[in-house]
Design a protein around this ligand. Structure first.
Ligand SMILES: [Fe+2]
Ligand SMILES: [Fe+2]
Length: 252
């Protein structure tokens, strides 16, 4: 089947949707919500990272952080461009997105300022990785304009998480970097529960509907479990402990 056709769910095998006008009402409402949340995470992470652009430990880290900021702005603008196709309601969602400050974002992970460098790199290692999972879930999206954005966004996210993982490794191994194994472990303990929460409620009706409509490929439980397995291995490679999957969780 070509990439122009929907792969799964109740619209399987028909051509992907190309414009908001073609979308059934429940599909349109859910997609708008998902674009909004995705856009909100992108602009929020810009606000979080900007604080550290000048404070990063080396010129190279400053450069990568600047690149991350530029990428996240581009991702946010991609979501606003898609939302604007939904007419006046989409436009007003964009206005809300652009006006939100830290403390007003939808997900808890994006309302927290980074308290030290370990926190910056643990965030990009664990929280951006959830972003990667969400984007991979959109890769075959039945709404073609969203699916087409995924390859570039995925490539950029991979750079972010690589920077996060290597950054944590340097914190642990390189004495020129701030922090040590213990503070790296503290950052892991802090961010992993927030990252696991980001997959959403296990019983989420919207997530199940998104799979049925072919918007996403996998439901929240499946993605969270796969993610946990991956990060358990990463923590192990770093010589750190992965927190229990239920430790300090707010969204189950
Ligand atoms: Fe992003
Ligand atoms: Fe990112």
């Amino acid at each position: 089947m070509s990439t122009r056709h929907i792969k799964q769910g109740k619209y399987a095998k028909i051509r992907k949707f190309e414009t908001p006008d073609e979308l059934p009402e429940e599909y349109k409402n859910l997609l708008k919500k998902m674009l909004f949340v995705q856009g909100d995470t992108e602009f929020a992470s810009v606000q979080q990272h900007l604080e550290w652009q000048e404070r990063a430990p080396t010129p190279e880290d400053k450069w990568v952080l600047s690149r991350i900021v530029a990428d996240e702005v581009r991702h946010g603008l991609t979501m606003t461009r898609l939302l604007k196709q939904f007419g006046s309601e989409g436009e007003s969602m964009v206005q809300t997105l652009l006006s939100r400050q830290i403390g007003e974002h939808t997900l808890e992970s994006f309302n927290i300022e980074f308290k030290n460098w370990e926190s910056v790199v643990a965030f990009t290692c664990f929280v951006d990785r959830v972003g990667l999972y969400q984007l991979e879930a959109f890769q075959e999206c039945s709404y073609a304009p969203l699916a087409r954005e995924m390859p570039l966004m995925l490539n950029e996210e991979k750079l972010h998480i690589g920077f996060g993982y290597n950054g944590l490794k340097k914190v642990i191994e390189d004495e020129n970097y701030p922090g040590n194994e213990q503070t790296a472990q503290e950052a892991v303990n802090f961010w992993v529960p927030r990252a696991l929460d980001m997959f959403g409620h296990s019983e989420s009706k919207n997530a199940i509907l998104a799979v049925e409509l072919g918007i996403k490929r996998w439901d929240n439980v499946e993605m969270r479990e796969r993610y946990y397995k991956e990060i358990s291995q990463l923590c192990d490679n770093l010589g750190l402990e992965v927190p229990d999957i239920n430790y300090n969780r707010h969204i189950l």
